[in-house]
Design a protein around this ligand. Structure first.
Ligand SMILES: [Fe+2]
Ligand SMILES: [Fe+2]
Length: 351
């Protein structure tokens, strides 16, 4: 079991977080101009779109896949309230300011291309609005994300997955409704940036209090997309919609692993993080529980080796490969790592 620690941040850490947040506020990148979405509705030609989609995702499923994204993007205020509460409880002005000045206004633009696309596809705007209000009224419980490190880690996971989902929708739409695809693609680009920001914020907190790695691991192990709570009528099929739209599961796992490693860039911490997540989730590798392996590997001081093995088994060796492999000891380590990575295999880690 992994137990989150009580949140503490050094003054140097707070200063760095303040500076990072202020930098984003000064330069939030290209925010979305809602005018770019104005002609989406008119340009949707159902006579092209419906038969076009048949080879990927049946039309009625596609409508629900879009509604799912619309409702998830509509509940921004619900998420925002929680960020503010956590920020207030932990005197994290940097988080409150980022949330208020950049993240919230940015997210408010994300529902528009979905709304217009759905209206263009024949959905009743009044009914969509009713569903949106319903989603906004639902409460959302970020189980266990009660401190700034947990909440920024939650954000990292959520934004990365959302980025992937928007991408799948945009690519599916592109051949038949390029303007709608463009609108959703703009949203995808913002989510990518959000992932980066939350990842950096989490990394800074761990850098200044390494114990918070446990909080990041705990929230990752218990992570659940908010749509299960804000849009339960569509969420159950969300994974299947994404798969129909061409989700590459191995790529998603690879992207998550890359981001996890980039939290600290340190293979020991990556190994520790992955063992914590695996133990907390009750994952088994080749029939052996990670909870058991974790205790053993920690005692043998092998967390770094495990971090490297997992990254290598997912083709991410470039993230950590170092000069030391030119030495005999380093060469042997690399050889061993290769053998173990191959035996562990991608699928057992991804599962
Ligand atoms: Fe969003
Ligand atoms: Fe976002």
């Amino acid at each position: 079991m992994v137990t989150p620690v009580k949140y503490r941040m050094t003054q140097a850490g707070k200063d760095k977080l303040e500076a990072y947040s202020a930098g984003i506020i000064r330069n939030p990148g290209q925010m979305i101009d809602p005018h770019v979405f104005e002609e989406i509705e008119e340009q949707i030609d159902l006579a092209r779109l419906v038969p076009g989609l048949a080879s990927t995702i049946p039309y009625e499923h596609f409508v629900k896949a879009l509604r799912l994204a619309l409702l998830t993007e509509s509940a921004t205020d619900t998420y925002s309230v929680q960020f503010q509460e956590v920020a207030r409880n932990h005197d994290a002005g940097w988080l409150a300011a980022f949330n208020d000045r950049v993240w919230d206004p940015d997210e408010q633009t994300h529902r528009t291309p979905y709304f217009r696309t759905l209206v263009g596809m024949g959905c009743d705007p009044a009914e969509l609005q009713r569903e949106m209000r319903q989603a906004q009224e639902r409460t959302f419980d970020r189980k266990g994300a009660n401190d700034p490190a947990s909440i920024t880690m939650f954000g990292t996971n959520q934004e990365l997955l959302t980025d992937g989902y928007h991408g799948a929708v945009a690519y599916t739409l592109k051949p038949y409704a390029p303007l709608a695809a463009h609108g959703i693609f703009l949203v995808k680009k913002r989510e990518k940036l959000h992932t980066e920001w939350y990842r950096k914020m989490t990394g800074i907190q761990i850098e200044h209090n390494p114990e918070l790695l446990a909080n990041a691991a705990y929230i990752t192990a218990h992570f659940e997309m908010p749509e299960n709570q804000v849009a339960p009528q569509y969420a159950a099929m969300g994974g299947q919609y994404w798969q129909m739209m061409g989700q590459n599961r191995a790529q998603v796992v690879k992207d998550l692993l890359r981001v996890f490693h980039q939290l600290t860039g340190d293979v020991h911490q990556t190994g520790q993080f992955l063992l914590d997540v695996g133990a907390e989730k009750g994952i088994k590798v080749r029939g052996i529980s990670v909870k058991f392996l974790r205790a053993l590997l920690m005692q043998l001081h092998m967390t770094g080796f495990i971090g490297e093995v997992v990254l290598q088994s997912m083709g991410l060796t470039y993230l950590f490969q170092k000069e030391e492999e030119r030495t005999l000891k380093g060469g042997i380590r690399a050889l061993l790592r290769g053998v173990v990575a191959e035996r562990v295999g991608l699928s057992s880690v991804a599962g």
